[in-house]
Write a protein that binds this ligand. Sequence first.
Ligand code: PSU
Ligand code: MN
Length: 304
Amino acid sequence: MSQIQLTDEVADALAQGRPVVALESTIISHGMPYPRNVEMAREVEAIVREGGAVPATIAVLGGVPRVGLTEDALELLASDPEVIKVSVRDLPYVVARGLHGATTVAATMRLASLAGIHVFVTGGLGGVHRRAQQSFDISADLTELGQTSVAVVSAGVKSILDIGLTLETLETLGVPVLVTGADEFPSFYSRSSGFAAPMRVDGAVETAAVLRAKWSLGLPGGVVIAHPIPVADEIPAAEIGGIIDRALADADRLGMTGKDITPYLLGRIVEITDGASLTANIALVKNNATFGAALAVAYADMPA
Ligand code: PSU
Ligand code: MN
């Protein structure tokens, strides 16, 4: 894959079978405001390193897909309003035009997989939007999970989405959904969602064993690992629920559609909560990075 550029550090780690953790960039460019976004990106990379893995933040810069980014690149993605949100369908366009793109879960999974990385850490997954029966708005993150062999650590699915329909779709696509250390599927800001954990695992080693089993059985495709937000950082579901409803009503009023919806809702929730949702978001991403590093280490140590 000569069109994809890996940093020497990432390429060396992969060549030697050492643990690498992929990180997405839409969360930086379109998921959080500057400068907290770039601070978060740096901190998450540091947490992955402390956990014994090499961080590989993924984006498209000047049309070149990159696996592993410099400090300057993180700063550009965090602050340049021209950076495009890139899902899988957008990759050919930004590459052909030499543009800067921040990759979603779907596009990051695909580039990670092409580079040979199997563990990926983010905050929240895309999924089936509420009223998707009318809008057909189902994130390409789910399509990608159905076909690309990368494990994605998240804090579950935000209730800007229809959590039940998202879990049903993942089942249809053959994607295992594991919840770490809990019996309920988490809803990002909150440890509860009203939906039971489809499967529970306790710890990184048990989780790694599921990845090994899936892929060594010859079952391609992704795995969702839902790692609940720590109790201390949680926003209770009852409290965030009304705020999400308000943000959704505002999106409707503005006629928001397509790829702009998720970034709009994330920004609006930060405004309505006066930054409390951002604090929770950053806390859960860091928590996911700790787990993802441990998972990458456990997976690399596990016999094939
Ligand atoms: N959910 C979040 N934060 C995010 C995203 C989702 O809590 O930053 C981003 C991720 O990059 C995800 C994308 O892959 O939004 C999904 O966008 P869409 O719904 O347009 O597929
Ligand atoms: Mn969509």
